[in-house]
Design a protein. Structure first.
Length: 295
């Protein structure tokens, strides 16, 4: 029986945790050893309790029995056992110690507090960018928008847009309303841009991964994401845009932010406006940071 239960361990749905725990409870008073997965299932059950269907939920008696016999209790399990014990003993107040809370907004709040000096001296800037404007010439709407989010099109890309030709420029054009998005005939350019900016920034900040792995560099503030942040707080500034067809055409194949001169002096680099674009971005970002920090 335990072998059959263990084969379902890959099922992480809330009801699956509950069903496995009910089976474990049924053999709890037998001579069979309790399975090793009980501790993790008990933690997951308590963590996902609101999503467990009414028919699968354990009774308080079953939960207390399992809590008493949990050999590797997490903080959540310990807190739940303390709460049940206090309820039984009619204790008015208790101190509970749960797992440390993770706050996904922390990296974004840190970005919002960046100073002009840090932005100029520490922030990382892109040297090359990719973006296909023809992919978003018509508004992202309904099924196309849902597919874009479902496929993680932006999250699977790099900040420069090397992989899927979106990246920073996609977010910038969305926040400046050059790209349009609609859901059920309602314009959602700005809300979508704000949500995707925070989501993309979590990925760039390697949220949840504290140790730097092989071939990874230490996390530094991103100039590009600071621009996305500033756009949301100071949209009225004269933020630059890219209008000339030559630069837009180059971006679809990848364009250098700073012109790269050929070794042969007689050949001139293909002109683009990205250098001026970045200079104007820096000017607007400085103004936005000063205004935001003084509020």
């Amino acid at each position: 029986m335990l072998g059959v239960i263990e084969k379902t361990d890959s099922d992480r749905s809330p009801d699956a945790h509950a069903c496995r725990l009910k089976m474990v409870h049924s053999i709890m008073h037998s001579d069979l050893p309790l399975p090793k997965f009980m501790s993790s299932d008990l933690h997951k059950y308590l963590d996902k309790y609101r999503q467990v269907s009414e028919q699968c939920r354990l009774s308080n008696t079953e939960i207390i029995d399992l809590l008493k016999r949990c050999d590797r209790p997490s903080r959540l399990v310990k807190a739940q056992f303390t709460f049940f014990k206090a309820s039984t003993d009619l204790v008015e107040s208790i101190d509970l110690q749960g797992d440390a809370l993770q706050w996904p907004g922390q990296p974004w709040s840190k970005l919002c507090s960046i100073s002009v000096q840090s932005m100029e001296n520490e922030a990382s800037k892109l040297s090359r960018m990719h973006y296909k404007s023809e992919d978003y010439s018509s508004p992202l709407s309904n099924e196309q928008l849902i597919q874009f989010i479902w496929d993680d099109t932006l999250l699977c890309d790099t900040e420069s847009g090397t992989t899927r030709q979106t990246g920073f420029l996609f977010l910038y054009f969305l926040l400046t309303k050059r790209i349009h998005a609609k859901l059920f005939d309602r314009d959602i350019d700005l809300p979508l841009g704000q949500l995707l900016s925070r989501w993309f920034h979590l990925k760039l900040a390697r949220w949840g991964k504290e140790i730097v792995g092989d071939n990874e560099r230490e996390i530094t503030p991103s100039f590009q994401m600071a621009v996305c942040m500033a756009l949301q707080y100071e949209p009225g500034l004269p933020w630059p845009t890219i209008d000339d067809e030559e630069t837009i055409s180059q971006l679809s194949h990848g364009a250098d932010v700073r012109p790269r001169y050929d070794q042969q002096p007689q050949r001139r680099p293909r002109p683009n406006r990205l250098s001026d674009f970045y200079t104007n971005l820096s000017t607007c970002l400085r103004r936005a940071i000063v205004v935001h920090l003084n509020q």
